[in-house]
Every structure is written in structure tokens, then in C-alpha cells.
Write a protein that binds this ligand. Structure first.
Ligand code: NDP
Length: 448
């Protein structure tokens, strides 16, 4: 039986980072993976999604180019070509991840891992033991039960569609639903988004959510809020007949569910340990990611503190360093910047106006709503919203929000400023870069 200092289960973002850091610190490390290297992010998440977002954005660019004097005669999409090129890039990245593990001296064990006890696991048909084990198995799309559930695709399947449908319905009101609504719409598919409450993107700033809904509708996406699916039936022609609980029905080529993700704990052997779960079904861990079984740790989506790749990376890095010679590492969850890659992008760091009002005595809100210069020669009606929220007592910037082109790129820089404790006065004395969208963040004067 092979023995390791550390066995990591799952070679996704968090698992690979933890394995490499631990190996670099001198530990003998194995990582078990049953599917693909790089996990959700590389294979059925952030990376291929962003490639699809780029692809879908061209339709906007083609039509905007006319205002700048261009005339394009042939702008047809080949979905097959896009898919093949995407698959090739993902295969390349799988190889990069393999090399990263190899170069760090991490042993890759291919196959499903099942815990046999606190320090033992079966990986495929091989038993291994390890002083410590990190569970980094991630999550899997969740689709609720209802009549006709078998006719839907989820956010994994969507990356491998043989053909683009003419019309699609997407169910859910979170990141994935919003992003894929933009992707399909941009690729020329008539797109419906179905969400069970009054306004999607719950948790984001209310104005940002309302603004985003307007922008999406202006691009032709049909939003069905306060609506849920009652049943789905297959028609004779192979399309899906979707009955909604508001009495309406839709006939579409595909229906995609993006109703959240759940920890992937099937057949992991947790019953052979004293690892316990939270009431949300995630693995319960303490401040150092240790589960209720000493020596077994968990990081990333399976813990569910924030289901974001950079958070899993930070957790993997902190834990590996804490375990193998660089103690005292902590992950800062306070100011996690995040972007939704819709068209236009949404990005945010810090508090929404609603949360800021609830948590602070007095806040000031600075904002601007304008047409981006890039669109000035075009017929596009797309607008940009930026918003900065300040704690009046200390002048500290406690929230930055943007809906507009490259919002993710811009908010990342502001997240550094906020992490360093920037005040509104710091923003004001920063010199802008002209003409850019980003300079609006340092020229906001009128508070409300
Ligand atoms: P989210 O948790 O963001 O959204 C799930 C959505 O599904 C919510 O709108 C929720 O509604 C709705 N929902 C949940 N259960 C049901 C149900 N039974 N019936 C109808 N609707 C339901 O999950 P996603 O699947 O969009 O994404 C998973 C996670 O992946 C995200 O939370 C995010 O952390 C991460 N992610 C990050 C991205 C990025 O950084 N750009 C991109 C994609 C994903 P309600 O609001 O009522 O709860």
C-alpha cells in the first residue's frame, strides 16, 4: 500500500493548488481524480463559459461596427467549429494541469476515491493511506424534481450540445442562468429566462439587478419573472413544451436548468469517518478547513463558503501552507470581488446599497448612468451603470458596482483599493485615465 503525507481528493482549482503548494513545501502528495484535470472551472465552468461569452459578443460587435463604417457580408456562426476549438483549448489546459502536478512531484491517481477510514482510501482498485486528507470534490448541477425533468439539460451538458437550438429556455436567476442567457442570445438563439421570484440575481445590489434586467430585455432576451416550470413534455417534432405556473407555455428546442449546484459527495465513503455536514449539505469545517474528523480537511465548493474559483484557490493555498510549515494563513472572505459575464458584464465588490444601509448608520451613494463612448457612433441603446457606496462616518468605500463593458476588469483593480481600505477621498485624488469608462469611478462627485 502506498503511503502519502497528503491525499487530495479532486483535481479541480482548490485541489490542484493545495497539492502543488504542499508538494513544494516538501510533502509527499497524491491527488485522486476520477474525471478531468482542472475540475468544473476548466472543463464545464469559468473557462469554456468565458470562451462562449467571447463568441457571443461578436454579434454585438458586428452590428456596432456599422456605425464605424464597416460593412460585413458574412457573419454566420458555426457552432460545431466553436465547440471543436473550445474542446481543443480545454484539452490543452488539461495537459497544462497535468504538467503542473508532474513538475511539482505530485502523484496523480486516476479513479474514484472512496474513504475507508480517517487515513485510508480506495482510489479505483488501489488502497492508499495518508496522514492527512483534503476533500476538494466540488459540486454538481442540481435540477429539482418535476414532471418532464428528463427533457432538460444542465450547466454541464450545455458545453457539449450537438447543435444550437433556435429557441431556448433557461431556468434559474443566478450567475449561470444570466450568463447563458447572454451567451445564447448573442449566438442568435431566441432566449427566455425563467425565474421564480420577482427579480433575478438575488444578493446583488437592487439597482444593478433592475438595470441588468432592462439591458437584457433591450437585447431581446425574454425575462419571465415570478414564474416557475410546472411540467415539460416532448412534442412530436422533438421540441419541449414548457408549462409555467403562471398559465403561460413555451415551445423551445432546449431547456437548460441553472438552479444551483450541490456538493458532489456520492460514494465518497464519508460514513466511514466522523465527517459531518452542515444543514445546507456542505461539509462542515472549522477556521482551518478541518472537518469533524481530525486529519480530514475540505476546501472549495464542497464547503460552499463562496462557490468561486479564486476562493477555492485561496483556501487550497492557505490550508497547504498551514499544514506543511507556514502556519498562520487565513483566507479573507470580506471583500470578494465577483463578476457575472453577461452582456454587458456585471461586477461588484463589497456591499450592496441594501446591505450597506442595514449595516451602517449613514451611507452616501455616488452613481452614474451613461452611454459608453464606444457605443456613441452606433445604434446600440446599451448603457453603463456605476455605483460607489461610502460609509459617511469614516469615508471608507464599502461597495463598488458596475454594469458595463469589461466591468470585471475594472472592479478587480478597485477591489485592491478597497482591500487596502481606500476612502472616497482617495478615489477623488486619484487621477483618471482619459477617455475610459474606469475614470468615472474617480470623478463621481454628487452624493445621494
Ligand atoms: P446560483 O446559486 O447563483 O443561482 C441558483 C438560482 O436557481 C437562483 O436564482 C435560485 O433562486 C434558483 N433556484 C434554486 N433552486 C430552484 C428551484 N428548485 N426551482 C427554481 N429555481 C431554483 O447558482 P448557479 O447554478 O447559477 O451557479 C452556481 C454557483 O457557481 C454560483 O453561486 C456562483 O458562485 C458560481 N458561478 C460563478 C460564476 C462567476 O463567477 N462568473 C459563473 C457561474 C457560476 P433563488 O434566488 O430564489 O434562490
Amino acid at each position: 500500500m502506498q503511503h502519502f503525507d497528503l491525499l487530495v481528493i479532486g483535481a479541480g482549482s482548490g485541489g490542484v493548488r493545495a497539492s502543488r503548494i504542499a508538494a513544494n513545501l516538501g510533502a509527499k502528495v497524491a491527488v485522486a481524480e476520477e474525471r478531468y484535470l482542472g475540475g468544473t472551472c476548466v472543463n464545464v465552468g469559468c473557462v469554456p463559459k468565458k470562451l462562449f461569452v467571447y463568441a457571443s459578443h461578436f454579434s454585438d460587435l458586428f452590428s456596432q461596427s456599422r456605425g464605424y463604417g464597416w460593412s460585413l457580408s458574412d457573419s454566420r456562426l458555426s457552432w460545431q467549429k466553436l465547440r471543436e476549438n473550445k474542446d481543443r483549448e480545454i484539452a490543452r489546459l488539461n495537459g497544462v494541469y497535468g504538467n503542473l502536478l508532474d513538475n511539482a512531484g505530485v502523484t496523480l491517481l486516476q479513479g474514484h476515491a472512496r474513504l475507508l477510514g480517517p487515513k485510508r482510501a480506495m482510489v479505483a482498485d488501489q488502497e492508499v493511506s495518508a496522514e492527512r486528507i483534503i476533500i476538494a470534490v466540488g459540486g454538481w448541477p442540481f435540477v429539482p424534481e418535476f414532471p418532464g425533468r428528463e427533457h432538460v439539460i444542465d450547466s454541464n451538458d450545455v458545453f457539449y450540445l450537438d447543435e444550437l437550438p433556435e429557441e431556448i429556455a433557461i431556468v434559474g436567476g443566478g450567475y449561470i442562468a444570466a450568463e447563458f442567457a447572454g451567451i445564447f442570445n448573442g449566438l442568435g438563439v431566441k432566449t427566455h429566462l425563467i425565474y421564480r421570484r420577482e427579480l433575478f440575481l438575488r444578493g446583488f445590489d437592487r439597482e444593478v439587478r433592475e438595470f441588468m434586467a432592462e439591458q437584457m430585455q433591450a437585447k431581446g432576451i425574454e425575462l419571465h419573472f415570478n414564474a416557475d416550470v410546472e411540467s415539460i413534455a416532448l412534442t412530436g417534432s422533438g421540441s419541449r413544451l414548457v408549462a409555467l405556473d403562471n398559465g403561460r407555455s413555451l415551445e423551445v428546442g432546449e431547456i437548460m436548468y441553472a438552479t444551483g449546484r450541490r456538493p458532489l459527495l456520492d460514494n465518497l465513503g464519508l460514513e466511514n469517518t466522523s465527517v459531518s455536514l452542515t444543514d445546507k449539505g456542505t461539509i462542515a469545517v472549522d477556521d482551518n478547513f478541518e472537518t469533524t474528523e481530525p486529519g480530514i480537511y475540505a476546501i472549495g465548493d464542497v464547503v460552499g463558503r463562496a462557490e468561486l474559483t479564486p476562493v477555492a484557490l485561496a483556501e487550497g493555498m492557505a490550508l497547504a501552507r498551514n499544514l506543511f510549515g507556514e502556519p498562520g494563513q487565513k483566507v479573507n472572505y470580506d471583500l470578494i470581488p465577483t463578476a457575472i459575464f453577461t452582456q454587458p458584464n456585471v461586477a461588484t465588490v463589497g456591499l450592496s446599497e441594501e446591505l450597506a444601509r442595514a449595516q451602517y448608520d449613514e451611507i452616501a451613494v455616488y452613481q452614474s448612468n451613461f452611454k459608453p463612448m464606444q457605443l456613441s457612433l452606433t445604434e446600440s441603446t446599451e448603457r453603463c451603470l456605476i455605483k460607489v457606496i461610502v460609509d459617511v462616518a469614516t469615508d471608507t468605500v464599502i461597495g463598488c458596482h458596475m454594469v458595463g463593458p469589461d466591468a470585471g476588469e475594472i472592479i478587480q483593480g478597485l477591489a485592491v483599493a478597497m482591500t487596502a481600505g481606500a476612502t472616497k477621498a482617495d478615489f477623488d485624488r486619484t487621477i483618471g485615465i482619459h477617455p475610459t469608462l474606469a475614470e468615472e469611478f474617480v470623478t463621481l462627485r454628487e452624493a445621494r
